[in-house]
Design a protein around this ligand. Structure first.
Ligand code: H2U
Ligand code: ZN
Length: 338
């Protein structure tokens, strides 16, 4: 028997999602996209490949592992001034920040799931050291990856971005408030409690090891959305020890392999890390975590659109999070291209 329509609450974002499991069989006559062609290991026209020249004329080094460089078109600048207006209908404030680009590997063709464990560990080490370095100067260090043309990513070369800002952006500000309220009311860390409950129930777990869990959250709004959760208290990426980082490499590698295997394609997503605002002295309510938001719904080309009811009312899904987790668990943990 299928479940009836119901709503689920997201205590981290203070949002609801409408779940309509009975609707999953509805016919699809919408857009069918062509799967993207696989690129080459080296592309002479790519601005991120080793040795190539970027838009600015600057030349990339012949890098062998990860490669980090300041974004040539940064959304935030180190200095900013202008009129501030802190009251009324037309408020504005000045912002200061820095943007970095992080190439995950010299290989133009290999995204995270196709890198070795050691190579994924190098990406994690770079995330941690940049979070540490930029966290000295800024309130928030937003580490993220936008993957695939479906997500508007301009270049197939595997890379992520890091935007540091002197303000705490909305998503993090709301999570800060929600975790603080939960901690105050329940005397428990929200996501640490969630990790323990999910590990026990297993229903929504996709990957697990001694230190980490990847789950499809109970309140997921994207069909195959996942949350990567530490099973120990930690507020910031640079606080991870070597074993925790190495187990995280295994978690991210396995999760992204399962993603790719689901529809046998390079699975698009936006992912990123959330940690406590840098420099906050009281962080007991905070738990570091990563969100993966993939757009795909039923195949390499059929995506979920967050439109209509989602834009005007609240998120809605047909496939249950439990079924999504089951599907991700059912595929192999060996990449389909191996
Ligand atoms: P996306 O493909 O996720 O948009 O990221 C590519 C980033 O790389 C983008 O932010 C930067 C763009 O500004 N970039 C450079 O810094 N130098 C270049 O020569 C091209 C692109
Ligand atoms: Zn490239």
């Amino acid at each position: 028997m299928t479940e009836g329509p119901h709503r689920r609450y997201n205590p981290l974002a203070d949002k609801w999602v409408l779940v309509s499991p009975h609707r999953i069989m509805r016919p699809w006559q919408g857009e069918e996209q062509e799967p993207e062609p696989r690129p080459l290991a080296y592309d002479p026209d790519c601005y991120l490949c080793p040795g190539n020249t970027r838009v600015t004329g600057e030349k990339n080094p012949a890098y062998a592992g990860v490669h980090l460089f300041p974004n040539d078109f940064p959304a935030l600048l180190k200095e900013s001034d202008g009129t501030q207006n802190t009251a009324g209908l037309f408020q504005r404030e000045n912002v200061r920040g820095e943007c970095q680009v992080l190439c995950f590997s010299p290989d133009h063709d290999k995204s995270l799931p196709e890198l070795s464990l050691g190579e994924v560990a190098q990406v994690i080490a770079a995330w941690c050291s940049e979070a540490e370095r930029l966290g000295q100067d800024y309130s928030n260090v937003q580490i993220f990856e936008n993957k695939g043309p479906m997500m508007g990513c301009s270049n197939p070369h595997p890379h992520g971005q890091i935007w540091a800002s002197d303000h705490v952006p909305d998503e993090v500000r709301i999570e800060d408030r929600m975790q603080a309220t939960h901690y105050l009311n329940k005397k428990q860390n929200l996501l640490l409690g969630l990790a323990a409950a999910e590990a026990e129930a297993c229903e929504r777990v996709v990957v697990q090891n001694e230190d980490w869990l990847a789950i499809v959250p109970y309140w997921a709004s994207w069909p195959f959305e996942t949350l990567v959760l530490p099973r120990f208290p930690v507020a910031h990426l640079p606080e991870l020890d070597e074993k925790q980082k190495s187990n995280l490499a295994g978690t991210i590698r396995e999760l992204t392999i399962r993603y790719d295997n689901l529809f046998r394609c390079s699975f698009p997503y936006s992912m990123g890390w959330h940690g406590a605002p840098c420099g906050d002295s009281e962080t007991s309510h905070w738990q570091l975590h990563a969100h993966f938001y993939p757009p795909l719904l039923r195949s390499a080309s059929v995506r979920k659109f967050m439109v209509g009811y989602e834009m005007l009312a609240e998120a809605q899904r047909d496939l249950t999070p439990e079924r999504a987790a089951e599907m991700l668990r059912a595929v192999s943990d060996v990449h389909y291209r191996d």
